[in-house]
Design a protein around this ligand. Structure first.
Ligand SMILES: [Zn+2]
Length: 145
């Protein structure tokens, strides 16, 4: 029943699916509906404003227990294995405008240390201890600093 993310205050950041970038990215909350639930968000990566779409994946675990748990175990193993392999490697600080390649070790502000599994022009797959994620890279960002 914890749906705090959907009640993120206006002007605050929330990580959610961008309909344009088709990735989970940082968004700023633009508007709430009458019930105080996030209704519109603006993507900090592409700048587009769109409807907030609540995460569907964690709604109910109807999928067969077997496949879910097996997958989770494998991912942990993969991360640990990779972390071991790249132990001596200095993590690169992650930023959306950065350029990364496979086998790079990165340090993400939210997710911690991750290992780049594959990288394409503007997206890359990174394995974190919590599982794999798709992150943006090589993006032109409007840097506020
Ligand atoms: Zn976007």
């Amino acid at each position: 029943m914890t749906k705090d993310k959907e009640r993120t205050p206006v002007a605050q950041n929330v990580i959610t699916m961008c309909t344009k970038c088709e990735m989970e990215l940082n968004h700023v909350v633009v508007a709430h509906d009458a019930g105080g639930i996030v209704e519109r968000v603006k993507c900090l990566t592409c700048g587009s404003e769109h409807k907030y779409r609540p995460d569907k994946k964690r709604a109910t675990k109807k999928t067969s227990k077997k496949s879910v748990s097996t997958q989770e175990v494998d991912l942990t193993k993969t991360f640990e294995k990779l972390a071991e392999k790249f132990k001596g490697k200095k993590p690169l600080p992650y930023s959306m405008s950065g350029s990364f390649k496979s086998d790079d070790v990165i340090e993400h502000k939210t997710f911690g240390m991750g290992i780049v599994i594959s990288a394409s022009y503007d997206k890359m797959e990174v394995v974190f201890s919590g599982g794999p994620r798709i992150l943006a890279c090589n993006r032109e960002t409007t840097d506020l600093t």
